[in-house]
Design a protein around this ligand. Structure first.
Ligand code: TXA
Ligand code: MG
Length: 320
């Protein structure tokens, strides 16, 4: 796979400075987070943000997450209600994205929020990336560092394979811990709606702020990552299979396969392995990828969400 990007270890002296220099020059940098790798641009630089949409082939109506170094930085850009503040205190840095009303004076490039009045903010649990943001002095906009609609990258090598030909710097922080993208909630007048499930569950959120977490109306696409087909491998995907068929079988727990998301049946481990195993299965699969049932509870809800999108009918071949 051709790549122009230089790969710099996150632990290398000067890695942060190199990344900040690129971002200040309006270039893109792939950065590690605890969930998946992000494709970052200076969120205040509209030309730089436009490059993200070009490189990913992402529709302009699909907004990006602003990654901040702290809750204080978030408060410069979005309304922070008491509920939002409690969630930030409990879960940041960590895999929770909060969508809230943008502040009027926010200088974030309008393309980041695709013209919406809200902005998604998240403080990633990765010291190097938080330091990059801190040194830059304001947020970076960063979607997952893959081509639109494809599997999110959990290693620097997967970033290089997906977008390495079109960017010049990848910060390699090793394989990511969480493995699937952050939980996204919107907060509107203290009403919390789950827009994308992740490893921080609705129950975890209720545990901190009480009340309830509303399910988004699945007929309304409020986070375009919710478009039915997403995270799509090239091979067709069959879910809830209990025995190997033809093709590649991805097991879970006691259900053995060519790969196993977690032999011990641990859902956090299965989330961590999900995209990398789907990627390997996709390379190995001659016809289909069959996947064992995953319990639909806790983190399993987010895993099944990603699997359903991987299995959904593809809108058309050019978009697959
Ligand atoms: O874990 C993550 O969240 C990763 C890492 C890199 O931080 N990022 C990520 O970004 O998954 P992306 O662009 O692949 O997914 C962001 C999702 C999209 O579904 C987008 O539609 C939604 O966030 N989103 C962003 N801003 C929004 C807004 N203002 N209102 C509703 N949804 C929004
Ligand atoms: Mg993505």
């Amino acid at each position: 796979m051709s790549t122009n990007a230089s790969m710099v270890s996150a632990s290398l002296d000067g890695a942060i400075e190199q990344a900040v220099e690129k971002l200040m020059a309006g270039d893109l940098v792939a950065v590690p987070t605890e969930t998946v790798y992000g494709l970052a641009a200076d969120a205040l630089n509209g030309d730089a943000v436009a490059k993200i949409f070009n490189v990913k082939g992402r529709p302009a109506f699909n907004p990006l997450i602003c990654h901040v170094a702290s809750p204080e930085m978030a408060a410069d850009y979005v309304q922070c209600s008491e509920t939002a503040g409690k969630l930030m205190a409990a879960f940041w840095p960590g895999p929770l994205t909060i969508v809230s009303k943008s502040l009027k004076h926010s200088k974030v490039a309008p393309a980041v929020s695709a013209g919406l009045e809200t902005l998604a903010v998240r403080c990633p649990d990765n010291d190097v990336t938080r330091n990059i943001i801190h040194e830059l002095g304001h947020p970076i906009a960063a979607p997952s560092a893959n081509k639109s609609g494809k599997l999110s990258p959990t290693t620097a090598a997967s970033v290089a394979a997906s977008v390495g030909a079109e960017i010049s710097l990848i910060i390699d922080g090793g394989p990511t811990d969480v493995g699937i993208e952050s939980t996204i909630v919107s907060i509107e007048d203290d009403k919390i709606t789950l827009l994308r499930p992740g490893t921080i569950t609705a129950d975890d959120i209720v545990g901190v702020v009480g009340g309830k977490v509303l399910d988004r109306d699945s007929n309304v696409i409020s986070a375009p990552g919710q478009l039915a087909s997403h995270y799509a491998p090239a091979a067709p995907v069959l879910l809830n299979q209990t025995a190997p068929s033809s093709g590649i079988f991805v097991g879970f727990g006691d259900v053995e396969g060519d790969y196993n998301l977690s032999p011990s049946g641990n859902l956090a481990e299965a989330a961590r392995n999900l995209f990398e195993i789907l990627r390997k299965a996709d390379i190995a699969a001659s016809d289909v990828i069959a996947v064992a049932p995953i319990p639909n509870e806790g983190i399993g809800i987010a895993i099944n969400d990603r699997l359903r999108r991987a299995a959904a009918p593809r809108p058309d071949a050019s978009n697959a």
